[in-house]
Design a protein around this ligand. Structure first.
Ligand code: HEM
Length: 150
């Protein structure tokens, strides 16, 4: 009886080790998930979304005051890199940290939602599928406390 249990134990340990080894190999071989980045049309597609977002911001009385005097080219580049990176693309955001950037702006929920709404509109204008829109918004949710300075 004890003999059987030892065999069972060894078999269980071995299969566990195999699973670890195979799992390790798989994670070494598998590429990072860039499917959202692809759905957004890679960096060029994201840059187009950000450009249209900027036009919508300028026309939006709820938030355009906040953007007075902002370096538009730099904003465009940095936000594009950030969205590229967050969507699994091969970019690195090199701008300032989110909390530090937005800390003096006293951004309200209405303003945060206005920006999110404009981003959705811009993605609509660029024919980004709804599923991809939602995936990108999900990546932005963790930034909310930093941007609202909570
Ligand atoms: C999901 C929401 C948001 C994201 C992902 C985001 C992201 C960014 C990024 C990446 C930058 C850096 C751009 C640069 O280097 O110039 C930035 C700057 C800025 N953001 Fe946001 N932002 C968000 C919400 C908001 C909201 C709601 C407002 C105001 C209504 C706002 C106002 C600004 C302004 C004025 C700057 C320029 C700051 C400066 O140049 O000193 N942002 N944001």
């Amino acid at each position: 009886m004890a003999n059987v249990n030892i065999k069972l134990l060894i078999a269980t340990l071995l299969s566990g080790m195999m699973a670890l080894v195979l799992g390790g190999c798989q994670s070494l071989n598998s590429k990072p998930d860039d499917s959202l980045y692809q759905q957004l049309g890679e960096r060029e597609g994201i840059a187009n979304v950000v450009e249209d977002l900027l036009y919508l911001i300028v026309d939006d009385e709820r938030i355009n005051q906040q953007f007075k005097g902002v370096d538009v080219a730099q904003f465009h580049d940095n936000l594009t890199d950030q969205l590229c990176e967050l969507s699994g693309g091969p970019c690195t955001y090199t701008g300032r940290e989110m909390r530090e950037l937005h800390s003096d702006m006293a951004i309200t929920d209405t303003q945060f939602n206005a920006l999110a709404e404009n981003l959705i509109l811009s993605m609509e204008q660029n024919n980004i599928p709804t599923g991809a829109q939602n995936r990108l918004l999900k990546q932005l949710i963790p930034l909310y406390p930093d941007i609202r300075n909570l």
